[in-house]
Design a protein around this ligand. Structure first.
Ligand code: FE2
Ligand code: FE2
Length: 224
């Protein structure tokens, strides 16, 4: 399957759900987020506090599907903009450029799928974050690829960490299809970085919600 096919065949996030489930999920998340005042992370922090002050809430449990999808959208925007800038920077060529452009297309397809799913849920689509990347990211190919090697495992870990908390099995299946592609991005970036062997994990680690929010905060991404 080529890149254009995968863009026109989204992962199924926007398949029909039961209307009752939509309303239940969207309503719960909206009420919870406004009660916390500071978005999904507030909810997670409250749970963590109730559990004895743990710094990182261990799972996304309790956030609700809408909050999870909204945060996933922001992560995809972080990745999509990163790769788009990398392509436009003119610092790559040949097969490397082709691979980076293909990953960009995947991330943009993920952004589109998550956006349309939120819209079908009747949930607000969060505004695009003011993204910021370290100086030199788009002028130094090595710096770019090094940063890519940190973004991809964060994406993989976020989807893996959120999986058990998704209430809708249909959304879970769709998230799994994105997670799989993020794993392949991780390996593709390993190849570009000369990591040997590039496919080097029997199990992809999951990341706690707090670890993900901490990892992406410096780039301007916040949950909620
Ligand atoms: Fe993605
Ligand atoms: Fe990715």
């Amino acid at each position: 399957m080529n890149g254009s096919e995968s863009r026109t065949s989204p992962v199924g996030f926007d398949r029909e759900h039961s209307r009752r489930d939509f309303l239940k999920t969207a309503g719960w998340a909206t009420a919870a987020i406004s009660a916390a005042g500071i978005g999904g992370f507030g909810i997670a922090s409250q749970f963590a506090k109730a559990q004895g002050g743990a710094v990182n809430y261990p799972t996304y449990q309790g956030l609700g599907d809408v909050a999870i999808l909204s945060f996933a959208l922001q992560l995809e925007r972080l990745e999509g903009t990163f790769y788009a800038n990398g392509v436009n920077a003119g610092i790559f060529s040949g097969p490397t450029l082709t691979q980076i452009a293909t990953i960009r297309d995947h991330e943009m397809a993920h952004v589109d799928a998550l956006t349309s799913t939120l819209q079908k849920l009747g949930a607000p689509v969060p505004p695009a974050p003011n993204l910021t990347y370290p100086p030199g990211t788009f002028s130094d190919p090595g710096a770019f690829l090094k940063l890519a090697a940190t973004f991809e495992p964060v994406g993989v870990g976020a989807y893996g960490g959120a999986a058990a908390a998704l209430e809708s099995k249909e959304l879970l299946a769709a998230a799994l299809s994105i997670h799989n592609v993020e794993c392949m991005h991780r390996v593709a970036i390993n190849i570009l970085n000369g990591v040997q062997p590039p496919n080097n994990l029997a199990f992809e680690p999951t990341l706690p919600f707090g670890a993900v929010t901490q990892a992406v905060a410096p780039f301007g991404v916040t949950p909620g």
